[in-house]
Design a binder for this molecule. Structure first.
Ligand code: BGC
Length: 416
């Protein structure tokens, strides 16, 4: 699904029609933050900008991982009506950079000293050919598990340290009549679980070889088969209504004590917090057992599109506000993520937030930080989609683990 509209765009998009309902002092923001915790976090940005006299036109397109938003965006850009700013992940940012339709933020970046405070792993995606084109707002990661504390205490389960512990804990919970694993059967959610399982099963080197370097040996290995076996194990712990369920409804099952665990990125914490739940007291957060010490990250960024002269000031103000230290703290506490700057004090974060920040630092120091496959930080969209298809087909029982390995090898080869 590489973007191949470059030639079509030139001339068209650059006419830059003013989108109806968007005043010069407004920003039009496309995003997929439609769940309760996400909307609250977005509210922090709206309010910050409102205080500075910048208005907001909201353009939500639901769907984790951003595939739906990217489809809508293509149509908008083609019709010459680019939004001011678009929530975007990893390789998608680079794809849009290549199209020559994004803004150059180097002046703001220089003025604000972004080069010195934004982690290198993020800058790699924020810049295209040396130009800042996107502003990182957070660092999420996907190798997390969320647990309902009361359910775990009642059943007598402690925090699992390795894969077998996790499976035994799930067996116990299931036997006690709870849903062991709250899950929504959507391709991006299946792939989010897969991120953590690959890391827990093969370690960081295997993750890199298989999901980033696309090494055929790693992709066809016995370790990859074991990854799919573990995915099949997990399938045995979801309830029968899992197909199509939104991720935040799965979080709600854990929040309400219907289910014990959810394997999901730390945006899930935003849902717990938004429901008034406290980490350590009502819920627990821990890394996918077996993946401790390593982090599969995804950073949300706002890619800025070329807009007419009259809208530039508001756009630059938004860019500046996103990376301001105070906003980084207020936003990321609510969103569940770590800040996108390395110089932020951690006191105001809760224990899961502190752990996210500390784990990230440790992973950078140990060379154990890898981009999330599910959320566009391991490979470009076309290859990510090839993975999604196989992971989902297998999770839904269409493939055995052996068949999934074979399908993965051949579809990655065909796409690459
Ligand atoms: C984004 C998160 C978002 C999640 C679910 C991910 O792709 O990075 O910010 O909360 O999708 O919508």
């Amino acid at each position: 699904m590489k973007i191949t509209i470059k030639k079509t765009i030139s001339g068209l998009a650059l006419a830059m029609t003013l989108v109806s309902g968007v005043e010069a002092a407004d920003v039009e923001v496309m995003h997929w933050w439609t769940a309760g915790g996400e909307a609250k976090a977005l509210g922090e940005l709206k309010q910050t900008l409102a205080k500075q006299g910048v208005g907001w036109k909201d353009t939500p397109v639901a769907g984790g991982g951003g595939s739906n938003a990217m489809t809508v965006l293509r149509a908008r850009v083609l019709s010459g009506k680019s939004p001011t700013a678009v929530q975007m992940l990893g390789f998608d940012i680079q794809d849009w950079g290549e199209q020559g339709v994004v803004a150059n933020l180097n002046d703001v970046a220089k003025q604000e000293g972004w080069d010195k405070v934004v982690p290198q792993a993020l800058q790699k995606f924020s810049k295209y050919e040396g130009k800042w084109i996107a502003v990182p707002v957070n660092v999420h990661s996907t190798n997390w598990v969320w647990g309902n504390k009361a359910v775990l205490d009642k059943v007598g389960v402690s925090i699992p340290k390795n894969w077998n512990d996790l499976i035994n804990a799930m067996k116990k919970v299931k036997a006690a009549g709870y849903v062991a694993l709250a899950h929504g059967g959507q391709a991006w959610q299946d792939a989010t679980v897969f991120d953590g399982v690959v890391l827990a099963t093969g370690g960081v080197d295997f993750y890199r070889k298989a999901l980033i370097e696309l090494d055929p040996k790693a992709l066809s290995s016995a370790t990859m088969k074991q990854v799919f076996d573990r995915m099949a194990q997990l399938r045995g712990f979801v309830d029968k209504n899992y197909p199509g369920r939104d991720w935040n409804l799965a979080s709600a099952m854990v929040i309400n004590g219907k289910a014990a665990f959810q394997m999901m990125g730390d945006w899930a914490k935003g849902e717990f917090i938004s429901a008034g739940k406290k980490p350590g007291k009502d819920f627990v957060c821990f890394r996918t057992p077996g993946s401790q010490g390593a982090v599969t990250f995804n950073a949300d960024q706002f890619a800025m599109f070329q807009v007419g002269k009259e809208r530039k000031a508001a756009q630059q103000q938004m860019a500046k506000a996103i990376l301001s230290p105070e906003f980084q703290i207020s936003f990321n506490q609510v969103k569940g993520s770590a800040p996108a700057r390395t110089d932020i004090a951690t006191e105001r974060f809760d224990n899961c937030g502190k752990k996210a920040i500390a784990d990230l630092k440790q992973a950078v120091n140990n060379n154990s930080l890898v981009g999330s496959l599910a959320h566009g930080h391991a490979v470009p969209a076309a290859i990510k989609t090839a993975f999604y298809d196989v992971i989902t087909a297998h999770f839904n029982g269409a493939f055995s683990s052996e068949e999934a390995v074979k399908a993965l090898v051949s579809s990655v080869k065909n796409t690459y």
